[in-house]
Design a protein around this ligand. Structure first.
Ligand code: UDP
Length: 160
């Protein structure tokens, strides 16, 4: 049987993951990075960064008309964030599962938000919602030369 949606999810994708200012302030950087690292995805970009207002607005441009938009921009620019690019087959949807529901009270135990947060307005981490947005967001947050292509030594032990 040919299942195009399953085939598509196995393509190598990129996702933009960001530890929000509350995650940095609460000392959760190592814990959050570990979740993606242990799963077996490949880190291709990583930096601590104080986000300018314009970049936050561009990143969340789809939410511009929402009532919470100004508070969201204040939150994201309130301190340094950790910007990450992760690569792998199916990484976009898988990272969203590892992160959990937008409202941490609805997020399953075992997910980052389910384990580490209590409010939507302080939900510690961002993950791209589609492969297209993954590419768009990585291009937005990283400059050329800030991403690394490399082959993890564990690769033969992760994939048959
Ligand atoms: N957000 C908020 N109030 C809301 C909905 C969203 O403050 O009612 C914030 C929250 O930080 C969320 C971000 O806006 O993570 C982006 O919202 P989205 O619906 O895209 O959720 P996500 O993809 O981050 O789960």
């Amino acid at each position: 049987i040919f299942l195009p949606h399953l085939v598509a999810s196995m393509e190598v994708e990129e996702t933009y993951i960001m530890i929000k200012p509350d995650g940095v302030q609460r000392g959760l950087v190592g814990e959050i990075i570990s979740r993606f690292e242990k799963k077996g995805f490949k880190l291709t970009g990583l930096k601590l960064f104080q986000c300018p207002k314009e970049l936050a607005q561009e990143h969340y441009t789809e939410l511009q008309s929402k009532p919470f938009f100004p508070k969201l921009i204040d939150y994201i620019t309130s301190g340094p964030v950790v910007c990450m690019a992760w690569e792998g087959a199916g990484v976009v949807a898988s990272a969203r599962k590892l992160i959990g529901a937008t409202n941490p009270l609805n997020a399953e135990p075992g997910t980052i938000r389910g384990d580490l947060a209590v409010q939507t307005g302080r939900n510690v981490v961002h993950g791209s919602d589609s492969p297209e947005n993954g590419k768009r967001e990585i291009a937005l947050w990283f400059k050329e030369g800030e991403l690394s292509q490399w082959t993890p030594a564990q690769e033969p032990w992760l994939k048959e």
